[in-house]
Design a protein around this ligand. Structure first.
Ligand code: GCU
Length: 679
């Protein structure tokens, strides 16, 4: 038995309907590669993928031929020269009895092939099909926070499958990983933790070059560029006295290091750097700014077309909680805004979606719209650190859609417009997700967390996709296995898809309801970030305070308070600073309000807290019931694995409800209008 599932690429058990299967058999019988180089590494993966699909669907190998023109009664996979297909884009169309996949490059052909097989499996491959897809984001990346010891920072699905015992792992699981993530359009992967610790410093040394090269080649077979997180102060570990970015010796050290790295790992994409953050070293130690640090590395790696991805998660994590003026939310903008336009062409600033840290709800970082002349990348987190740690179901794609749609009012551009490179016409841009995988059989702990992995890739490729469609497609692809002789269609496939789609689409709002209220965030157990602890971070140095007393709660971030609102463009500033126009789901992030402040629906803040927490916990029970309605319809192991988590979520959401409600009841003495039980 395999040690891992094949995620949504589970072709072997595909049985959607007899119709679809028949069509698959017809189409895949003859496959013709047009103008393709049989030796190209990505080509080989494409061929293998088609063979795998056809062997399973037809029960036999399809006939493969090479030609310089398309064929009738066949699937033609053609490398073409067509401007309108762009970089990595593809077209899938049908004429007469033939189907064609076209692209300008092998990445495009690979994505077209995966899309073709997916459409076939979803029953969407009609005779009229004619689609062109060009990726919206040039870089579509995953950041793994894996340590070389084998554990994963914020990992909720087992250990690393990239590392164990300070060594790299390269095996059939790595191939499955590359296949799966490239099937949703991922083209760049960072394998090691941004907090570079221990042995990871030596990933770029003779000790590990051979393995790093092997992995970079394996990834390249699937159109993926390998990146590494590096420690900014690495020169110190190699005996230099300084890591000052303006010190000639330091610059020279990095230059010759890059020469050595690229001699050994020519396909490396570049580095990801977390500097001056949460105890990590950086240019601040030498009185230099973030651009000095990033540019020094960028110049060293530029001759090899390498990219430096520099994180903007820079803040003071040793703050005095008594200090009313310092506001962690302001720090990213404060450190980076004045440097706009000062970064090298091959530097990308990687910006977390919110100004704090991946809470269930935050405003959008004001750096989006604040920076006009700097390459930017959006960082989101599908590892569910603050959103239920893959024990609670929390489908994050609806949230990412909101983030992407946010109008920054910089040239009326949305976040999606900026990070795609459309506004500035830059190619070094894109989206990345802190990844949610580990070596568990199902890769993501909660089976339904697989929808976030699938969904992130799909969305990064095509930001116009709807969250509902992503949820439904994932459910159909992942849960369509036959059970014995019983095909998906015979088992009421539509009910399965609709139920899972509904659960996924409800899950983020449900989680938000029983979490910290109205955008304030941070009522979690410190360190592990799981479970409720209202004051857990209140008197800590981390800068994440709700300031609840017996009269009021929230941070005043208007100009009368910390002044954070002024980091936004005028239109957004006005919206947030006025308590009437501030979106209510963010009210306590921007304003300090008395508990009897009346919301638009006529409820007071305190009653809203009580109501949402009761509702959230009740709805978590309903999610469990909905899941139970699938018993016998989906495979037993998926059903039972997730069941155990839904049961836990239903219990744990009550804990959230009761801790939060009791805290505020005790603090305020205000009774719940419905007289429900509060402790
Ligand atoms: C969060 C997370 C850390 C992580 C950090 C980061 O603070 O809790 O584990 O290192 O984000 O993004 O660098």
């Amino acid at each position: 038995m395999l040690m891992y599932s094949s995620l949504w690429l589970n072709y072997e058990k595909l049985m959607i309907s007899d119709d679809v299967e028949k069509r698959a058999a017809d189409i895949l019988k003859n496959v013709c590669f047009v103008s393709c180089d049989g030796e190209n590494r990505i080509f080989k993966s494409i061929k293998k993928e088609i063979e795998t699909a056809s062997e399973i669907l037809l029960g036999e190998k399809s006939t493969i031929s090479f030609s310089d023109k398309k064929e009738q009664n066949a699937l033609s996979v053609c490398l073409v020269r067509e401007d309108k297909l762009g970089k990595e884009g593809f077209r899938i169309y049908s004429d007469d009895n033939a189907f064609t996949i076209e692209a300008n490059d092998y990445n495009g052909l690979l994505y077209g092939t995966f899309e073709f097989i997916e459409m076939l499996r979803l029953g969407k491959l009609t005779k009229e099909v004619n689609i062109i897809k060009i990726p919206d984001n040039p870089l579509r990346m995953l950041n793994h926070w894996d340590n070389m010891t084998g554990d994963i920072e914020r990992g909720y699905s087992g250990n690393s499958f990239f590392f164990a015992d300070n060594k790299m792992l390269i095996n059939d699981r790595t191939v499955m990983y590359a296949r799966a993530v490239s099937s949703v359009g991922i083209n760049a992967v960072v394998i090691n933790n941004v907090n570079v610790k221990g042995e990871a410093s030596y990933l770029i040394s003779k000790k590990h070059y051979d393995d790093v090269r092997k992995l970079s080649e394996l990834f390249a077979d699937y159109g993926i560029r390998l990146f590494l997180s590096v420690n900014y102060a690495l020169p110190l570990e190699y005996g230099l006295e300084s890591a000052d970015p303006l010190d000639e010796k330091v610059c020279e050290w990095w230059k010759s290091k890059c020469v050595e790295i690229y001699e050994n790992v020519p396909l490396l994409g570049g580095f990801l750097v977390k500097a001056d953050s949460e105890g990590r070293p950086g240019p601040f130690s030498y009185g230099r700014n973030q651009a000095d640090g990033a540019n020094m590395l960028a110049r060293a790696i530029a001759p090899f077309d390498g990219i430096i991805i520099w994180r903007c998660f820079v803040y003071n994590c040793k703050q005095d909680w008594r200090d009313e003026k310092t506001d962690r939310a302001k720090s990213g903008y404060d450190y980076f805004h004045s440097l706009d336009g000062k970064f090298e062409e091959n530097v990308i600033l990687q910006i977390k979606n919110g100004p704090m840290d991946f809470q269930v709800r935050e405003p959008i970082s004001p750096l989006f719209g604040g920076l006009e002349n700097t390459n930017q990348m959006l960082e989101v987190q599908i590892a569910q650190e603050y959103t239920g740690q893959q024990r609670h179901v929390c489908f994050l794609i609806p949230w990412f859609k909101e983030i992407l749609a946010f109008n920054t009012h910089m040239k009326e551009a949305s976040v999606a417009d900026i990070v795609s490179g459309r506004v500035m016409g830059n190619k070094n841009a894109g989206m990345t997700a802190v990844c949610n995988t580990g070596d568990d059989y199902n890769w993501t702990g909660h089976d339904l967390a697989g929808a976030n992995l699938y969904g992130f890739g799909k969305l990064a490729f095509d930001t116009s996709l709807s969250a509902t469609d992503i949820a439904a497609n994932w459910a159909r692809l992942y849960l369509s296995q036959a059970i014995g002789e019983s095909s998906f269609a015979k088992r009421n496939g539509e009910k399965i898809v609709n139920t899972v789609k509904e659960i996924l689409m409800k899950s983020w709002p449900v989680y938000e309801k029983y979490n910290a209220p109205l955008g304030i965030g941070w009522m979690v157990v410190p360190g592990i970030h799981y479970g409720p602890d209202v004051d857990g971070y209140e008197y800590s140095p981390w800068g994440t305070y709700h300031k609840a007393d017996l009269h009021a709660i929230g941070r005043d971030r208007t100009d009368n308070g910390t002044g954070y609102v002024s980091q936004y463009r005028e239109e957004n500033k006005k919206m947030y600073e006025n308590v009437e126009t501030c979106p209510e789901e963010l009210l306590l992030f921007f304003h300090r309000l008395p508990y009897n402040y009346v919301l638009k629906n006529g409820k007071t803040v305190i009653q809203h807290i009580y109501d949402t927490h009761f509702e959230g916990a009740d709805e978590a029970v309903k999610l469990l019931e909905e899941w139970k309605s699938l018993e016998g319809l989906i495979s037993k192991d998926v059903y039972e694995r997730a069941l155990e988590r839904f049961i836990h979520q239903a219990e744990h959401s009550k804990e959230w409800r009761d801790v939060i409600n009791s805290y505020f009841f005790r603090k305020t003495g205000i009774k719940d209008l419905q007289g429900r039980e509060i402790y």
